[in-house]
Each structure stands twice: as C-alpha cells, then as structure tokens.
Design a protein around this ligand. Structure first.
Ligand SMILES: [Zn+2]
Length: 216
C-alpha cells in the first residue's frame, strides 16, 4: 500500500469568513511544505479545529471535506455546477462539528480552468461532462487525493468522517493511509441549470445523489 510522503505545516493563521448570505465563522488556514505536486493547497480548520495545532491528533474524529477548486462556482456562483453551494454547506457543517475543509487546487476535476470552459462549450453541443473531458484528451476525472492525505497527516489526523458523496474520495484516502471512519453525505443543490450535470455525476461517477436521472 502506498503511503503519503511526509508533509509539514508551513504556517497557520486565523481568517474570519463571511459568506454572501451573511453566515460567519472563523477558520484557521494552514499552508504546507512538502506537498508532492508543488501546488498551494490549503486546509481550513473549523469549529474546534480552528484551535492551534500543536502536536499530533487527539480529540474526536474530525469531519473532513476535500473540496476541489472551482473558480466559476466557488467565487462567481456559477449555476453550471453545485460547487459554490457545496462549499458553503461544507463550511457550516464542519464548523458545527469540528474538522477540516481541504481546498484542493484541482480546477475542472484536475484538467484546469480553460479546459473546463472548453468542456462546457462541448456540453452545449450535446456531450455530457465526462464525454466532453474525453473529447478534449483528458480522462473523465484526473483528481488524485494523495495531497489530501499528506495534509491530514501533517495535521495529525489519521481517522476522518468524510463529508462527500464521491466514493472515489473515500477509496483514494484509504489507499493513501487515512482511515475513513464514516461517510457523511452532502446535500443536493439542484437548480434548473445544473440538473443535467448532477444527474450525469450520479449516473457516471457513482455519486450517491438522489436526483432524477431524466432531469435536464
Ligand atoms: Zn464547479
């Protein structure tokens, strides 16, 4: 079994958060040395995990969500996906029970921002989100969660309750040495414009979403 190469906490700093709907909380934002892909991934410690990390672990099993960066959804509220709503929900749920949001710089399921927008253009002429990635010469999903395992290890976390509907996240984290004690599903954020995307995710990615497959 592959184990994650060691990463270490580089800095940790408190950042007060305020979302567009007025929800507020404070996060302890961690940066790291030694992440294998050299990208600037962040961990947001929320709730009782906003306290300083001194030595390894202890306490309740934290609620953890690896969230893949989505500029259009997270920042601009794009309705082509549900990332912004997922992020907002995750922050409040994690703040409520204590844990970490891992903000992973994996735009467009790892294919990058421009390619994601190219894929949208292909979807507009009838391909689904997975077919569009393949047509662009990418795999359906290029995300690797090894850096997430490295970040958790650096934070002294070896067991998590995983806030995700994506079975691949649980499978990969286990493969990289993180014990997934529980899987906690996220809500479904359905809108007129993302219904087809969510149905495709449920059908093609084996996500545990309860959405009508004929939607869109
Ligand atoms: Zn998105």
């Amino acid at each position: 079994m592959p184990t994650a190469p060691a990463a270490t906490i580089r800095t940790q700093v408190l950042v007060p958060l305020r979302f567009a709907d007025g929800y507020e909380t404070t996060a302890r934002v961690f940066t790291f040395d030694g992440l294998i892909d050299g990208q600037e991934h962040l961990a947001f410690g929320l709730g009782d995990r906003a306290a300083a990390v001194t030595s390894a672990g202890g306490g309740a099993v934290p609620l953890v969500r690896p969230h893949s960066e989505c500029l259009t959804g997270d920042v601009f509220g794009s309705q082509r996906c549900d990332c912004g709503a997922q992020l907002r929900e995750a922050v409040e749920r994690i703040a409520g029970s204590g844990g970490y949001l891992l903000y992973l710089r994996q735009e467009g399921r790892g294919i990058g921002l421009y390619a994601k927008l190219d894929a949208y253009a292909l979807q507009d002429i009838g391909l689904d989100t997975y077919e569009a990635n393949l047509a662009l010469g990418h795999r359906e999903d290029e995300r690797c969660y090894l850096v997430a395992a490295q970040m958790l290890q650096a934070l002294g976390v070896s067991r998590v309750a995983l806030l995700s509907n994506n079975p691949d996240k649980a499978w990969q984290l286990r493969r990289f040495g993180v014990a997934v004690a529980a899987r906690v599903p996220t809500g479904v954020h359905l809108s007129a414009t993302n219904a087809h995307y969510l149905a495709t995710k449920a059908r093609r990615g084996a996500h545990t979403l309860d959405v009508p497959l004929s939607a869109g």
